[in-house]
Design a protein. Structure first.
Length: 193
């Protein structure tokens, strides 16, 4: 994660300032992360190394077949992540509710589990989108879902270097994302990807 987005307790921050300058290298995921490192620990020896992406993605855990979803002729807008406030899935659902009449052949699918599930289910019901916004849960066969989708969307408030964007793109999906301080802008080329 981008460290300023989730500050550590004072003792961990202090320990970081003491130990990082002694490390041979401190790996950061983005240019902004490296800038933060040099502001926080000027004597640290930083290096940018982005996360790798596996392809093909291995299947593990609970397999939910994407074919069980509504009509395969419809278009699928896919989002993946923990159902937590950071991911702003409530905002994504509300944005989709404003577009659903303009794009009647699109459905929004959000994969993941978390503390916001009940709130998101309520919001889906409240907006009348029960047949258009689906929360299948966490799936172990994520590659199948990428392959059966038409567009990937990321609504996160903050990220480090989001592997899900890399995964979606490696499966040929165009990506739309909020412009977090770090992460998406390091991966997505505007008007290209």
């Amino acid at each position: 994660i981008y460290p300023p987005a989730m500050p550590l307790a004072w003792h961990w921050d202090w320990l970081r300032k003491i130990t990082y300058p002694s490390a041979k290298k401190v790996v950061m995921q983005t240019e902004q992360g490296l800038e933060w490192l040099y502001q926080t620990c000027p004597k640290a020896n930083g290096k940018i190394i982005a996360n790798p992406v596996l392809y093909p993605l291995p299947a593990d855990g609970k397999q939910i077949e994407s074919e069980t979803l509504p009509d395969p002729i419809r278009y699928r807008l896919l989002a993946v992540g923990r159902l937590e406030p950071q991911k702003q899935f409530a905002d994504l659902i509300l944005a989709f509710s404003q577009l659903e009449l303009i794009f009647p052949h699109w459905d929004l699918i959000i994969l993941g589990e978390g503390s916001e599930r009940t709130h998101l289910e309520f919001l889906i019901a409240e907006t009348g989108l029960m047949d258009r916004v689906l929360l299948p849960g966490r799936v172990g066969n994520i590659a199948d879902w990428y392959n059966r989708s038409d567009l990937y969307v990321m609504s996160s408030n903050f990220e480090g270097f989001p592997n899900v964007i890399l995964e979606a793109m490696s499966h040929g999906l165009p990506v739309v994302s909020f412009d977090c301080k770090t992460g998406p802008r390091d991966i997505i080329r505007h008007n290209i990807d």
